[in-house]
Write a protein that binds this ligand. Structure first.
Ligand code: FMN
Length: 287
């Protein structure tokens, strides 16, 4: 089967769309831990879905390769990202692992389990399961994080159903699924990752592109650096494009905590992706 929307995705995409009717961009808080286990949070801007395809369920933002967050994420790729949408009064708290697309790295997608196990689960209609066990403390339930806790490095292969965009496009024009066609699904190629980084770069405004040429983020501001910043701002610095510092951060979501403020009894849903297959569980829990 082709990748499909995770059960949280339609509500999220719709909240994004209504927010963008009046706001220029979608900010969110992105958190990860540094090497001493200390949490760090900062505002980032949501840049849409991987391969511009909501069905990947992978959320994007961009950062500078020289930033503290990038250096920390290389060692520990676990993240939490929190969005609040004023108009729809919904909070989405995503957690999972990031992977990055840089000039020398891209995510390593392991489809070996997915192409076999998930297709049999999907055939039996288990791609989204609802639970309502009354006494279950869902947040403590075993999930993705119980397994592979030592494999937090950013170059670890990830079991996530990300199919080569060219294969997805071919399938979109066909009415048959990959299973029915008896086709093996394959992960994006190196060229496709490269093209995705270029697509995200092309989407940036001129001033944002220039920000990647700035002196080392967080370094002391000297008068020399001040002059350089000024000439970068005016576009007369004559240095490289800055693209070598450009990173696309891909948030591979493994769990979502959605809170809906209703004005009455608030609603709260937890969504959890299974460790190695493309199956989501959905729980309605006490707010
Ligand atoms: C509205 C707003 C949007 C921002 N968007 C981003 C972003 O998309 N990516 C990013 O790396 N930093 C962004 N920043 C800057 C970060 O909040 C942060 O200051 C910077 O990335 C350094 O963080 P670090 O030292 O933890 O890496 C944004 C800041 C603001 C105020």
């Amino acid at each position: 089967m082709l990748p499909s929307l995770a059960p949280w995705n339609a509500a999220f995409t719709s909240a994004v769309a209504s927010e963008l009717e009046t706001e220029p961009f979608i900010p969110f808080s992105f958190s990860n831990v540094g090497e001493h286990g200390i949490p760090h949070t900062r505002t980032c801007v949501f840049r849409g879905f991987l391969f511009n395809d909501t069905k990947t369920n992978v959320l994007l933002f961009t950062c500078d390769k020289r930033s503290a967050k990038f250096k920390d994420l290389i060692k520990n790729s676990n993240f939490e990202a929190c969005f609040y949408f004023h108009k729809s009064r919904k909070q989405f708290r995503f957690s999972g692992a990031v992977r990055v697309i840089t000039n020398e790295r891209h995510p390593i997608i392991d489809l070996s389990n997915l192409s076999t196990i998930s297709s049999s689960k999907e055939k039996s209609g288990e791609s989204e399961i609802k639970f309502n066990d009354t006494d279950l403390v869902v947040e403590q339930e075993h999930d993705f994080y119980s397994i592979g806790l030592d494999k937090v490095g950013i170059d670890e292969p990830l079991m996530y159903k990300i199919v080569s965009p060219s294969q997805t496009q071919n399938m979109n024009v066909s009415t048959l699924s990959l299973c029915e066609l008896n086709t093996t699904i394959h992960a994006p190629t190196e060229e496709e990752w490269k093209a995705e980084r270029q697509r995200c770069w092309n989407d940036l405004s001129r001033s944002l592109k220039r920000s990647f040429k700035r002196p080392l983020p967080g370094s002391l501001l000297t008068s020399e650096k001040y002059r350089l910043l000024d000439s970068i701002n005016r576009g007369v610095d004559g240095t490289s494009s800055g693209q070598e510092n450009f990173v696309v951060v891909c948030m591979f979501v493994k769990a979502v905590d959605l809170v809906e403020l209703t004005g009455g009894v608030d609603k709260r849903y937890l969504y959890k992706k299974s460790y190695d297959i493309d199956v989501w569980k959905e729980y309605e829990v006490c707010p």
